[in-house]
Each structure stands twice: as C-alpha cells, then as structure tokens.
Design a protein around this ligand. Structure first.
Ligand code: P1T
Length: 387
C-alpha cells in the first residue's frame, strides 16, 4: 500500500510506501546498502541506476511521508536544513522570501548568512498579524515561509489565511511542520504548496538520526525539488531512512502521549508561583489558541516559559538542576529535553533581532517526552525549588 488516502493515519504510518520484499518476503523494508545497480544492457535497469538519484529504502520513506502529508511526492535530505536549502534554491537573485519572525535559529542563519549573499532578499514579519504579512508582500515575493507552531515561542500562524493571499500574490507557501507533525497538522489540506520537516525530531522520534523531508503538493514543484536533490546531492543514507521509517510507525502513539504529558506540565507551570509566563497553544489565553483548535488536532509536545523576575541567571540554574530532563539541543524524542534558546538553538540570531522577536535570555524551552508525567512534574518542582 503506498498512497491509499482512505486509510486512517495509524494505518498509513505503519504501511504507506512499504510492502513485504518480493524476493524474500521480509516484512521490514531492507536497508539497501548499495551505491549502484546492475544494468542488463546500457540504460536497461529496474528504475535504479545510482543511489544519489534513487535508493529503495529512501523511496519507501519518501512515499510514506507523501501519504501522511497528502502530497504528490516526498523528497528526503541529509538534514532538515538541507531540505530548507533545497527549497530556497527554487529562488533566483532578486526574488524575495517573507518568513515568520520567530523560527529555528539555523533556518534564520541559512537565510541571512548564506542565501542573502546570492541576492535573495529576506523579510521577517510577525505573521500572527496577517496585515503585517500582506504589507511585506510585493510582486517579487516568490516564497512565504511559515513555521507554526514556531520555535521557540509557540506562535500559531493561520495557514488558511496565509494561503488565501495567494489569490492576490503569486507565491509558493512553505510550512515547516516539524513541531506539529502530520499527526497534528496537515498543511497541504490548509493550502500549503510545500511541507518541510526536520525528521530529526518527532518523525524519527528517538534522537538517533538527522534527516530532512519535503512533501510537494503538485508535480511541477516535486520535479524541481527532485532535480535539486539529485544535482546538489544532499541525500540521506539508507540506514537513516530506515530509522525514520521505523520511527514513523509509532508517530501517532507517541504524539498522543507527548500532547497529554505536555498539557499536564503546561498547567503545572502556569499555576506555579515562581513562573511568570508559559507559552503553550493549549491555553485559551494563548493568542493563537482559536486558530490552533481549528487547524491542529492537538497542541503538541513543546513548551517555553519564563521564571518570575529572571534576567537569565535563574533560567541557567534551573536548566542545570533538572535531572530527568536532559539539557541538550533538539526536540521531539521519546526522552524529555530542555534548552536555553538564547545561548543554544537560537544563538545564531543577533541579540537585537532576538529581543525584538520576543526571545529573551530568560526563556526556557522544554521538549516534553513520553515518560511518566508525574516524574517530569517532580523534576521541574525540585529544580524550581532551588531558585
Ligand atoms: O537539525 P535539522 O534536522 O537540520 O533541522 C533543522 C530544523 C528545521 N526546522 C525546525 C523547526 C527545527 O526545529 C530544526 C532543528 N531544530 C533544533 C535542532 C532545535 O533544537 O530547535
């Protein structure tokens, strides 16, 4: 079964793109460790010539994510940032890309420190206010980049409202769906042209692989991206593709637990006397709550928050005192992680820009895992008690 759109999410997660190996009956997709494929006569092959262009393990993963995101084609890359890089290569000097102003620091760095040198113009706007987005759009805008929920402030952008602007302006809408995953949010249904993932996070799910994915809604964009994938060559190896395929088989189960645990922790933090502000789209007081209810099937596994009166020192102490949460970059694994965006994942954004976007030195980010929520809560309580 490759792309049976009538099947439920869990069924597609387990089976899409995969069927027992015809030569042996192996139920799990083999890891094809080969760089090349025998040809019977020049040009007479079975659809596989060279592994930069095609590899059967990668094909299975690409078909699987295309089915989950309801797109035409999946295209896999060596990392999430390699996937971002491939998308920006669709542009030419003079073209403009308008992006959300709260986004992963590495994406910001790639835009402003690498691609800006090639004459592509980047604008960062607060898209929680669609009027601000429309103000930034011009005839030169070729791409609109939406990260929702955003990293690390959990802003929610109305994908349908952004897509509605395509009637008036001619741009390709990209949604970085890393925080939500297709289990919680399906951007193509909401009007996106491309969906991008750091599969390193929830899709892989076990913090053991780095990989990026794109799903294209239509054939023409898919072809251009396949050309870039083959020409620039930033492909993942077959073992990495296998690990993500295996991770995705439990995505729906893991996401349910991430959402449930995160709800418990968010409410616990919100009620704690030492906590000033909690960012989590599940609160009815969250600015994007109504949109999240509309466009997501749950509020995800990420929280960011600030300790009362903190200038940054308390955040650092708190993070060093956690025992069950591991202080580390990344997110989306079964284990809980914590981080300090200002000095870790978003350190590449100049301080002035960070502060302008609301990302202060006191912000703490949690990736809530699937351990027992009571243990996670106790861990946070003991770390806060030392402040
Ligand atoms: O790390 P990589 O697989 O290259 O993916 C980059 C990326 C893209 N988009 C989003 C929303 C991301 O969160 C990331 C990577 N983020 C982290 C490593 C982090 O800790 O936030």
């Amino acid at each position: 079964m490759t792309n049976d759109l009538s099947a439920g999410f869990g069924t597609k997660a387990v089976h899409a793109g995969q069927s027992p190996d015809p030569s042996t009956g192996a139920v799990m997709t083999p890891v094809y460790f080969t760089s090349t494929y025998a040809q019977a006569a020049p040009g007479d092959h079975k659809g596989y010539e060279y592994s930069r262009t095609h590899n059967p393990t990668r094909t299975a993963l690409q078909d699987n994510i295309a089915a989950l995101e309801n797109g035409k084609l999946g295209i896999a890359f060596a990392s999430g940032l390699a996937a971002v890089d491939a998308i920006v290569r669709l542009l030419k000097p003079g073209d403009e890309l308008v992006s959300t102003n709260d986004l992963y620091g590495g994406t910001y760095r790639l835009f402003t420190k690498l691609f800006a040198h090639y004459g592509i113009v980047f604008k960062f706007v607060d898209m929680t206010d669609i009027a601000q987005l429309e103000e930034a759009l011009t005839a030169k805008t070729k791409l609109v980049w939406v990260e929702t929920p955003s990293n690390p402030l959990l802003h929610i952008i109305d994908i349908k409202a952004v897509a509605a602007l395509k009637k008036k302006y001619d741009f390709t809408l990209v949604v970085d769906n890393t925080f939500a995953t297709p289990y919680l949010q399906q951007p193509i249904h909401l009007g996106a042209d491309l969906v991008m993932h750091s599969a390193t996070k929830y899709l892989g799910g076990h913090s053991d692989v780095v990989l990026g994915l794109i799903v294209a809604k239509d054939e023409s964009l898919a072809k251009q991206l396949l050309f870039i994938q083959n020409s620039a060559g930033a492909i993942p190896g077959p073992m990495d593709c296998f690990l993500v395929l295996r991770g995705i088989k439990t995505l729906h189960l893991r996401m349910k637990q991430h959402c449930e645990n995160t709800k418990t922790i968010a409410h616990f933090l919100q009620a704690h006397p030492k906590v000033e502000k909690v960012h989590w789209p599940g609160f009815s007081s969250h600015r994007g709550h109504a949109i999240a209810v509309e466009q997501m099937n749950g509020f995800g596994g990420m929280i960011s928050f600030i300790i009362k009166g903190d200038k940054g020192a308390d955040a650092r102490n708190f993070l060093s005192n956690l025992k069950v949460f591991t202080l580390a970059e990344s997110l989306g694994g079964v284990e809980s992680l914590c981080g300090h965006p200002a000095s870790m994942t978003h350190a590449s954004i100049p301080k002035e820009e960070r502060i302008k976007a609301g990302l202060s030195d006191s912000l703490i980010r949690l990736s809530v895992g699937i351990e027992d929520a009571a243990d996670l809560q106790q861990d946070i309580e003991q770390a806060l008690s030392k402040i």
